[in-house]
Ligand binder design. Sequence first.
Ligand code: MOS
Length: 757
Amino acid sequence: MIHPALPEIKETVCETEHSCAPLNVIGRSAFRPDAPGKLTGQAKYVNDMAVHNMLYGAVVRSRYAKARIKNIDTSKAEKMSGVVCVMSSKDLPGPNYIPLVRCDLPLLAADEVNFAAQPVALVAAETLEEAQAAAAAVEVEYEELEPVLSIDEGLEKNWILWHYQQFKGDVDSIFNNPEPGMHIYESVYTTSHQEHAYLETNGALVMPDDRSGWVVYGSMQCPFYVQKAVAVVLGIDFQKVRVIQTVTGGGFGGKEDAPSTPASLAAVLSWKTGRPVKLVFGREEDMESMTKRHPSRTVFKSAVDKNGRIKAVDIHYYVDGGAYLTLSSIVLWRGMLHAGGPYNIPNLRTLADAVGSNTAPNGAFRGFGQPQVVFAADAHWDDVACQIGMDPIEFRRINMLHVGDKLTSGQLLVESVGFDEVVDKVKQVVEYDKIKALPKCKQDRFQRGIGFSVSHYGVGLGANGGPNNFSSANVVVGSDGSVRVAVGTTEIGQGMTTVLLQIASEVLCCPYDRIYLSDSDTAQVPDSGPTVASRTTLCAGRAVQDACRQIRQRMDDFLKDKEAMDWKDSVTACWIGGVQMAAQGYSRPGYKQTFEDQYGQGDAYEVYTWCANAADVTVDTWTGEVKINRFVSGQDIGRALNPALVEGQIQGGALQGIGYTLMEEYKFDKGRILNNNLSTYILPTSTDVPEIVPVIVEHNYSWGPFGAKGFGETPLVPVAPAIINAIADAVNIRLKHLPATPERVWEALHNSGVSQL
Ligand code: MOS
């Protein structure tokens, strides 16, 4: 991939650079423009939409995890009431795949199915009930085959979807010739699936349109991904497809690439029938067939010298990619780069493999391959610290990264490393020393403990992101002084609208409530890259800042000899004076593209967010239940542009991490998910929310808008090791598998003799 030359990092000031006084909208918890619609129910989600002549789609799905398709008989379904068409793979207008890293995911299974609930055929009918009844009547004859259902089975079959690696120094010489007093320890950590559990399932409405070609409405993070997928599947120009993001009820990564599936399925039905088709997945089919967090296994071996300094790390990270590659290579890359933890590690070898299995493809999920390795790394380091008799925070302090240090990729940390401050504040807020000093009585049923964890997070897509790293933004100032901002990233509940409007307001010096954000509509907004990787505030924000600066600069040049005016009057004067009041802004990451894949060396990400978490827990040794008394989550995010949104992200991310750590897992039977709805898939509800204390640290990033970095994902990333380490502190058992359900905790207590039952 060819990258355009990038500029050197400049020393940029983090304030506005124009003549008018700062509004100080930045750093304030500005009102969310999308809140009233969501609160009152006026917000229109895709399933709220109905258009004239609309049909309903339904999907025929595989019953088996792996099978040969011998025959598909649609004759009975075609004759049923209300049915307009039934389609299988041979009826498609264009190529039978959804374009991603590799074009391996079929739209409709042709000769074989490779995961349970894989789409095999489609129905369009006048009502949803008729469509579903007809889908159930399509007769598919299968020859069932033996599926691959775990990382171990995938490795046995040598089914490797992707490999990455990173090498630094000489790991073998350290392990083979250990110096006196060196502590060498190896352990294995495993994790399960996690469900995004967005409130709104995936879905799309596609309609033919005489002006646009095809119009797609849907719930999604990345409209330009959906545009590409639908265009490829229909075999037409991208610009023949207009994608409009509807109000989106949560994504968490599960609407990064995944919405291409319902949109493309609805599109081929619409192509076939010439009518609008709505296809919204039911909860069960969404849970059975859509992406989840990758299960993982991490083999982690370390060497630490007698002073507690990390000398070498040897890691093998495996993720279960599911049946097709989709985004697993990119998930793997992020995981690999963060695998050792945020420490000075002189010698490291990380091998990373995405292994295939006959399960639904696993994909993007908040943290994107990091929560798994961060659990392994920071549970491991905590264990090592205790084994060598060192306080776990002290161990981290000795080894942690600072400005001037190099990451395992060799990347030099030049700025915005608030790591010390995050660790200090979290330690203080959670009252670490006080809880550590509490007397323990081994006979007590309830045992209290405190656990700590740290992580870093490379913001944005990094060196692997290529053209998706760039963002554009259009800003137009109307003659009355109201302003329109257009970007191709999306509001998915995270607060993008608010933050981008705050940036525009501050730079233009325009009142916040006079700025409006365009819908994310591919016919109206520029491509700002995907809404993923905690990149929106940083990348789209920087593009908005750039566009607004251009306009403000022109206004300042025109107004410089005139007396001071408020926003409205200054706009009027500029309009009358013929000042160009529209601009396109552009954002590119402030670093050089030096990364190479053979050794995994080079600048991987433009900047990093630094986190420390602490969990104060009580373990019920009779039942294995873990109660979180208090959870403290500290984040160096550069600058909190909107503190209320930052706190909301921290609380939501921490809770999603708590679910990941203690509750959430899928149960399978021959590759078919058994707990396929929200009553059997256990995740935290409002009654499970402990006290979550956000700690915000601001070490400004000079290349970020007003000093901000991105951080939407990071609050989830280090949650698991904090809790698992707290359990270890409470009852002296080291759990190495997530989730740590009461059953697993009880079993470990029982095996270690702690449990009295
Ligand atoms: Mo996000 S998990 O990078 O969509």
